[in-house]
Design a protein around this ligand. Structure first.
Ligand SMILES: *[C@@H]1O[C@H](CO)[C@@H](O)[C@H](O)[C@H]1NC(C)=O
Ligand SMILES: *[C@@H]1O[C@H](CO)[C@@H](O)[C@H](O)[C@H]1NC(C)=O
Ligand SMILES: *[C@@H]1O[C@H](CO)[C@@H](O)[C@H](O)[C@H]1NC(C)=O
Length: 235
């Protein structure tokens, strides 16, 4: 179907209007928050859904309702991938074990669903004023890279745009995710208007961890020295 001579992946799916790309993020795990590099690391499924009427095959095939495609087919399709990028990330990698973690599904009406499992590292705004009873704010920002809003709109899915299915994924040894929200903005650049999506995560430091790890041993050793001192004096 994608070898159709009329299909040119370099052209936008819709000739005269912008293509809506609906984005959804599933956070699988948050592996680290580092004070040293002011960053966090997370494994996420980044999913994009759009409609490409040129790929509608409902009139040609009456049995299949949708097609699950091999990831290499992605290179034959128009995708917003090259265009959606994590602008504030220090590092983004598509998981490659055991194979590249990309899922591609084509529904018969031309709706394309692409899921990437990515490992990303993003910034945190560290404020240690209230340490160790502090909270830290980290964010993920992505926007269209090569298409302005006249060509591609990047939108959050209007229900459950950002989810964390595993409640344990909210807990790190020293932090707990207490709030997560998603926002969208449209930015004005010289080349036009650009959509930008953002996820903001607020983490609270687990005070108990520091009491146990840092303060307790110190207090304990001071206390024990006092006991030893008193015992020696009393003798
Ligand atoms: C875009 O073009 C298609 C076919 O050429 C037409 O059916 C559709 O109404 C047009 N949409 C707009 C917004 O002009
Ligand atoms: C794809 O087709 C299968 C079998 O027909 C169906 O079970 C599944 O729900 C479909 N998926 C979507 C996203 O429509
Ligand atoms: C295509 O089919 C899916 C699944 O049935 C549906 O959710 C979606 O709205 C359809 N898209 C269009 C543009 O018809």
């Amino acid at each position: 179907m994608f070898s159709d001579e009329h299909y040119d992946k370099n052209n936008l799916p819709l000739a005269n209007e912008s293509t809506n790309v609906v984005v959804e993020l599933t956070i699988q795990s948050i592996t680290e928050i580092s004070e040293f590099s002011s960053s966090f690391k997370a494994d996420v499924w980044f999913s994009q859904i759009w409609h490409d009427p040129r790929l509608d095959f409902s009139d040609r095939n009456f049995c299949l309702t949708n097609l699950s495609l091999a990831a290499h087919q992605l290179s034959n399709l128009w995708t917003p991938n090259a265009s959606v990028c994590f602008v504030n990330s220090k590092k983004v990698e598509i998981h490659t074990s055991p194979t590249q973690n990309i899922l591609l599904l084509a529904l018969s009406n031309g709706t394309i669903w692409v899921n990437h499992r990515v490992s990303l590292q993003g910034p945190c705004q560290l404020d240690l004023t209230y340490f160790p009873m502090d909270t830290q704010t980290c964010n993920i920002v992505f926007e269209s890279y090569s298409y302005n809003t006249a060509e591609v709109r990047i939108l959050w899915r209007d229900w459950d745009a950002v989810t964390i299915p595993d409640p344990n994924a909210k807990k790190l040894p020293d932090f707990e995710l207490v709030h997560i929200s998603n926002h969208n903005a449209t930015l004005l650049y010289t080349a036009g208007l650009w959509d930008q999506l953002e996820v903001v995560m607020v983490f609270r430091r687990l005070y108990g961890y520091y009491v146990l790890q840092a303060y307790m041993p110190t207090y304990l050793s001071v206390f024990i020295s006092w006991v030893i001192l008193i015992v020696l004096i009393l003798k």
